[in-house]
Design a protein around this ligand. Structure first.
Ligand code: NOJ
Length: 757
């Protein structure tokens, strides 16, 4: 009897639901809503009208894979999950999908997701390294390849790109983004989204991209992962949000909210962020997923008291899917207890279904092909190109690089010379180290017959403190014409939850380098790391330095080509390179302060004993690190030299609806063909909210033959001169501006212009 009753209630419930669906459809017609003519919207509405509350909530739940387990099979049959993450076996994906399509009541396919961050099998440089390429095209090509490889296993959703601005090298996740600048991150983030999503989302090689972590995650206090972010309104709008707006404009199919809170409100429960800003103001109609248990973690934040309240607050805030379902199963009760309206659930379900339709999962739920596409030759070629472009030449005393052919023997020293796992970097779940080509392998293969290679790593891994192999390394250096010293950090020392308070080269690497330097041999230091590690004491010991971040599968051939001049460095720093960790957070687009660091830069060693307290005349700097970083944002050398000349503006004054064209001539004055990233910065001198000392507004990476000149021009519009204040207002204020075009954020040709009232 009880059973029957339940059955009747459920039937009635379904009937009422169908009527609701039909009524809302009629309502939309009456309101003249265009979306009802959209074929996808029609399908979404049709399907939604047939779904029970439980089936709807199932679509909002994502769970980690357990393979082809009884538990998962049961959940899928009961339509209790909408998405699975971390399943990569194509047979399992097809088998689970078959159950969803053929054995669940409505046959709604599962969406399979995975962190495909900088490649799937073929691994590209870590995103921070890709940031150093300043090349949207290579970033897009890399993401396209990652999508092709991942989609060939049935994955159709990646949790990338990470668009968090990173100003603190301690933060482990700085490696996952494109650096410190909103403009560069926007450009490269949009490129990565285009690459993942391809020409159309329903192409079987496309992945839905996910703009993450929304927002302000990179402002974690002290660079400690998951830590609190305190961000003023103007900083949020001017610095942290632009890359996310660019992601909306680039058509990012999904967004992920971040673990952190901003100013006391966790992002998994912030209706202003997700509903007001993202959906209403930016017009975003895609799906929003939580981070892994970030909804449930609002309890730890002290923002909600229990899982049910967490689910309530998150859904109301506009989170559509609960990653790893820690709390969304409570939504059923919340609807039954009338704390959430079913129509609110419907909105979230619509966004999930819409994505599944757009991906073509209903038409083509299964893998069309099982042809392996991993590590294809053209994939490796692009990975190598990307690695070349991600390397920044920081120092090249007396043009030691490229190595001259008078060098007949090299000592290859250091823990990263032959570290196939670590050279891939963080967030590599699928790329195999057996496919990594290390610098040592490349050197032996390509130069083994012409060059004597004396390999003595000195340390087995980056944290190794054991000095017993030092003697061999020193002997190798003594027996060679030059030293290639491969230093850095293991992959596990950056990435999620891997922040460091000491960002110098770990283990006994500093000591090893100091010993090797005593041999007096010319040294090329190559650093593979997930952040710009502290090297200010090591740089004077070496003659040249290539900073490669973690360069990925093809890092070896890329670096060897650079070392021997088959390729020419063109990377530019996507972050300000601090001298010392104590300078963090550090970024070029800082405010001027009332006491900017010009004039008196007091050094700690010059202070007399028992000096009296004096502040007058002093400026904003560190006694022991001065005012400057080790290298400025945008910095990077080449084997050739570039000269900037003839800076011109189309006008000295422009109106608020006029454009400004700025141009200059760039000449390759050296002897190599090379690529240069030409950068345009502005400064707005006076604002109703103080403005940064410089802001990147445009860049162009050009290739010039030796002796070749080219005019590079940029067009600025009013949008480039606008900024946000603390009252959520975007302003365009008349006044004086300085404009620079140059090779980095600290140098360049300079001129002024005025924006008229
Ligand atoms: C937590 C990370 O913060 C996020 O970036 C990632 O996509 C998810 N875990 C899934 O692995």
């Amino acid at each position: 009897m009880m059973k029957h009753k339940k059955f009747v209630t459920k039937d009635l419930f379904q009937l009422a639901n169908q009527w609701l669906g039909i009524l809302s459809f009629l309502f939309l017609i009456a309101c003249g809503d265009q979306s009802i003519n959209d074929p996808v919207e029609k399908k979404v509405s049709g399907l939604l009208s047939k779904m029970t509350l439980e089936e709807k909530i199932g679509q909002l739940i994502q769970q980690n894979s357990e393979g082809y387990s009884d538990n998962k099979i049961g959940q899928i049959k009961n339509s209790a999950i909408g998405s699975i993450l971390n399943e990569t076996n194509p047979e399992t994906i097809n088998a689970l999908q078959k159950i969803a399509v053929e054995e669940s009541r409505l046959g709604i396919p599962i969406l399979f997701g995975r962190d495909v961050i900088h490649g799937f099998k073929t691994i590209f440089p870590v995103p921070l390294g890709q940031g150093a390429s300043w090349n949207p095209q290579i970033v897009e090509e890399g993401a396209r390849i990652a999508a092709i490889e991942a989609a060939s296993t049935g994955i159709r959703w990646t949790f990338a790109p990470m668009l968090d601005i990173g100003r603190d090298q301690r933060w482990g996740r700085i490696v996952e983004g494109f650096g410190e600048d909103p403009y560069l991150t926007s450009a490269l983030g949009a490129a990565m989204i285009r690459g993942f999503q391809g020409e159309r989302l329903n192409d079987p090689t496309s992945l839905a991209a996910c703009a993450k972590h929304f927002a302000g995650y990179g402002a974690a206090e002290g660079g400690r992962d998951y830590n609190t972010s305190i961000i003023s309104g103007e900083q949020l709008r001017n610095t942290y949000l632009p890359p996310f707006k660019a992601a909306v404009d680039a058509g990012a199919a999904t967004f992920m909210v971040s673990f952190n809170e901003i100013n006391g409100v966790p992002n998994s429960g912030n209706p202003w962020l997700t509903q007001q800003l993202l959906r209403k103001e930016w017009g975003y109609d895609g799906m929003v997923v939580s981070d892994w248990n970030s909804v449930g973690e609002m309890i730890n934040h002290g923002y909600v008291k229990d899982p049910e309240e967490a689910a309530l607050v998150a859904l109301k805030a506009g989170i559509d899917m609960d990653m790893e379902n820690h709390v969304f199963s409570h939504l059923t009760n919340l609807v039954k207890n009338k704390k959430i309206k079913e129509s609110e659930i419907d909105e979230a379900v619509r966004r999930v279904l819409r994505l599944k339709f757009k991906l073509g999962l209903f038409e083509n739920p299964y893998l069309a092909t099982t042809q392996p596409v991993f590590y294809a030759e053209e994939h490796l070629a692009i990975a190598q190109k990307a690695a070349v472009e991600s390397v920044v030449l920081l120092k090249n005393e007396n043009n030691l690089l490229p190595l001259a052919n008078t060098i007949k023997s090299v000592a290859v020293i250091g823990p990263m010379a032959d570290a196939p796992h670590d050279q891939l970097g963080t967030w590599v779940f699928d790329g195999e180290k057996s496919h990594t080509v290390t610098p040592l392998t490349t050197l032996r293969e390509e130069y083994g017959s012409t060059l004597k290679i004396n390999y003595a790593q000195g340390l087995n891994f980056s944290r190794d403190k054991d000095t017993k192999q030092f003697a061999q390394a020193i002997a190798a250096a003594k027996a060679s014409d030059a030293v290639l010293f491969f230093a850095g950090e293991e992959a596990i020392l950056s990435g999620e939850a891997h922040s460091r308070a000491d960002i110098s080269l770990p283990g006994a690497q500093k000591e090893l380098l100091a010993e090797v330097a005593k041999t007096g041999k010319p040294i090329v230091l190559i650093v593979m790391a997930g952040r710009t590690t502290e090297i200010y004491k090591e740089l004077p010991l070496v003659n040249a330095c290539l900073f490669s971040f973690h360069p990925g599968t093809m890092g070896g051939p890329a670096l060897v080509d650079l070392i021997f001049g088959k390729a020419v460095p063109s990377g530019k720093l996507p972050v300000t390179y601090p001298k010392m960790v104590g300078q963090s957070p550090i970024y070029y687009n800082h405010k001027n302060t009332g006491r900017p660091p010009v004039g008196n830069i007091e050094n700690i060693d010059d202070i007399p004993l028992e000096a009296g307290q004096v502040s007058l005349g002093n400026t904003s700097h560190y006694l022991d690190a001065g005012k400057d970083p080790l290298f400025p944002f945008g910095y990077g050398l080449s084997y050739t030299t570039f000269q900037y000349s003839d800076l011109k503006l189309s006008a000295k004054e422009i109106g608020k609806d006029e454009q400004l064209v700025a141009s200059c001539v760039v000449t390759n004055t050296g002897t190599f063909e090379g690529a240069e990233t030409v950068q345009l910065y502005i400064r707005d001198w006076v604002g109703s909210i103080t403005r940064p000392v410089k802001e990147l507004k445009a860049f162009d990476k050009i290739t010039l033959k030796a002796g070749e000149s080219r005019t590079v021009s940029f067009t600025l519009t009013a949008d480039d001169l606008k900024f946000w204040n603390n009252d959520n207002q975007q302003l365009l204020e008349a006044g004086d501006f300085t404009l620079w075009i140059g090779p980095n954020s600290a140098e360049g040709l300079e001129t002024n212009f005025k924006l008229k009232e």
